[in-house]
Write a protein that binds this ligand. Structure first.
Ligand SMILES: [Zn+2]
Length: 573
């Protein structure tokens, strides 16, 4: 009897469904008779709320210090399976930019994954002056936590200074913590900030005499067995080999001569020229730390990422996992050798091969089209200013100690003797607010007079006060970029920017980054894999658009401080 009723109910259900289908079809045809078939198809597809083909794994790749023009400059040097595969199969945003200052590593990584800028996520630099303690603090240092996997203090880290979620956090919340997050980079900050607050793990490389991947007890009490096994294999030792060019050095025509005056090189070798015997040089260059400044640091990172995919079974089930990989060695090499170096060209040739190896592994283990990859950078870099000077391009170095003395003299002459300046860091001046208050001065007026004076100094481009940043809304230009990088609670009283082509006093060789100019802000943005269209655009996009795009792809909430927009051209509908 019960069975009979069930069958009857089901028959009725089917009849009702058919009726409603017929009705809706009739209505559709009636109302949309004039519409193109394609439009009907689009409507039919877009009624589904779930993304068309949800990635089992999202792999976020940040190449530390990768300028956009490395893609075009080295194009002829790349194979088919790395950068070129991403461009051939995926979407290439050719005019993707940072729109805040400062363009440093920690803010860069935080912004890529949180869809917002330092104003909102609080990571205003790699390290910054803390008014409360009167000391500099490092973005991921946290002595509430202990090292795991190293006897050193290098594991006493957490993401807790970042005040918002990353898209990896949102994926964790969305999947009831079934979808995993693993963060990997040679640099601790490159692993920790992308992975967010709820990551299963973030791992970074401890060099020196150890040569191991380690973490913090923020994540776990002991290393999982796959990490122990990886460390036991002593792979870093196998990379202490001779670094010679991957191809005949005569073919490195995208760079200047190997021997020039603009490169740093390694201690223990008189010229910055190939080949480099890393084993022989390691003792004078902090042991395994030397690997960080070679392309083998990227290869080691790739090895470890592949071990993580296997060890954590990433992308093996329907709950999307997130793997964040940051290639730090490109940055160490850039700082040491500069933009125009054969060493840099060789590093990108080899990184391209590492990417191919990673993608091939993902094809094999997760499946072609079952994972989504994006690749971007945390900032670009300026050409070595001494090199630019040598070819008559205005550029140079500004000595912030000289600037500090000039500012201090000005304040003393205007307001009387006193330690008016607590700190200058990241081109921000922190005034002694207690002294200002004790002398019954108005902070905003002191800020303004100092900013006006600073503006008159050589090579200083623009200055703004904290009050300017908080009381105005700058829609474009450098002021806009400074404002998006300005945190009321963490930034200084006077913000200085220097002329294009100028950097803070540095070694006479190598390069750096940090400005709001295009050499520091214009970086690659490539997507490929599950849910991604093929195409390219010169439309201007911003770094904070990446996280909303991944959120849209996965059908998850955007990170909670996100101010970007999904890049709809890239997403299959
Ligand atoms: Zn960086």
């Amino acid at each position: 009897m019960t069975l009979f009723i069930l069958i009857l109910i089901n028959l009725l259900k089917i009849l009702t469904m058919k009726l409603s289908l017929t009705l809706s079809l009739f209505l559709s045809v009636h109302f949309f008779a004039a519409a193109e078939t394609a439009d009907l198809k689009l409507n039919a597809v877009s009624t589904s709320l779930a993304p068309p083909k949800k990635a089992k794994l999202v792999v976020g790749i940040v190449v530390d210090q990768m300028r956009y023009d490395y893609l075009t400059r080295y194009e002829s040097r790349f194979g088919e399976g790395g950068f070129k595969r991403m461009i051939r199969e995926g979407f290439n945003f050719k005019n993707n930019n940072f729109d805040y200052v400062p363009t440093y590593t920690a803010p860069g990584h935080a912004s890529v994954y949180t869809g917002t800028t330092p104003k909102y996520h609080g990571i205003i630099s790699n390290d910054w002056y803390d008014r409360t303690s009167g000391k500099m603090m490092y973005c991921v240092d946290d002595d509430n936590y202990q090292s795991v996997g190293t006897p050193s203090k290098d594991g006493q880290k957490s993401p807790r200074k970042m005040t918002v979620t990353s898209f990896a956090d949102q994926n964790r919340l969305h999947t009831q913590f079934r979808g995993k997050t693993i963060g990997i980079a040679i640099k601790d900050r490159g692993a920790i900030l992308p992975a967010g607050h709820t990551a299963n793990a973030a791992y970074w490389f401890v060099g020196g005499k150890e040569g191991v991947w380690a973490t913090s007890d923020f994540y776990m009490d002991q290393l999982p067995s796959w990490v122990v096994s990886f460390n036991d294999e002593k792979r870093p030792e196998s990379y202490l080999k001779v670094w010679d060019t991957a191809q005949d050095i005569a073919t490195y025509t995208q760079s200047g001569p190997d021997m020039n005056d603009f490169e740093g090189g390694f201690k223990g070798k008189s010229t910055p020229t190939f080949p480099y015997d890393l084993k022989a040089l390691s003792s004078e260059n902090k042991g395994y730390d030397i690997l960080k400044t070679t392309p083998f640091g990227n290869s080691l990172t790739t090895d470890f990422a592949i071990a993580a995919i296997a060890g954590e079974s990433l992308g093996f089930d329907e709950d999307t996992d997130v793997l964040t990989v940051s290639y730090s060695s490109t940055d160490y090499i850039g700082h040491n050798f500069g933009v125009n170096a054969v060493e840099t060209e060789d590093t990108y040739i080899r990184l391209d091969r590492d990417l191919e190896r990673l993608f091939n592994y993902l094809d094999d283990k997760v499946g072609k089209g079952a994972y989504t990859v994006f690749l971007t950078a945390d900032h670009g870099a300026v050409q070595v200013p001494n090199y630019l000077k040598s070819v008559n391009i205005p550029s140079g170095y500004i000595d912030m100690d000289v600037v500090k003395n000039a500012l201090a003299d000005f304040l003393a002459s205007k307001y009387g003797d006193g330690d008016w300046i607590e700190n200058i860091s990241n081109f921000q001046v922190f005034l002694n607010r207690k002294l200002i208050s004790d002398r019954n001065l108005v902070l905003v007026e002191v800020q303004a007079s100092l900013a006006d004076f600073a503006q008159s100094l050589p090579q200083i481009f623009e200055t703004y006060t904290a009050h300017d940043m908080l009381s105005n809304f700058y829609e474009k230009g450098l002021a806009h970029r400074l404002q998006k990088g300005f945190s009321e609670s963490r930034s200084g009283d006077v913000i200085i920017s220097v002329n294009p082509g100028y950097i803070e006093k540095y070694s006479s060789t190598g390069t750096t980054h940090g400005s709001g100019f295009n050499y520091d802000t214009h970086v690659p943005l490539l997507f490929f894999g599950a849910g991604i269209n093929h195409g390219s655009t010169f439309e201007t996009t911003y770094i904070e658009d990446i996280a909303p795009t991944i959120s849209a792809l996965l059908g998850i909430a955007e990170p909670n401080g996100s101010i970007g927009r999904p890049l709809v051209q890239a997403i299959k509908n």
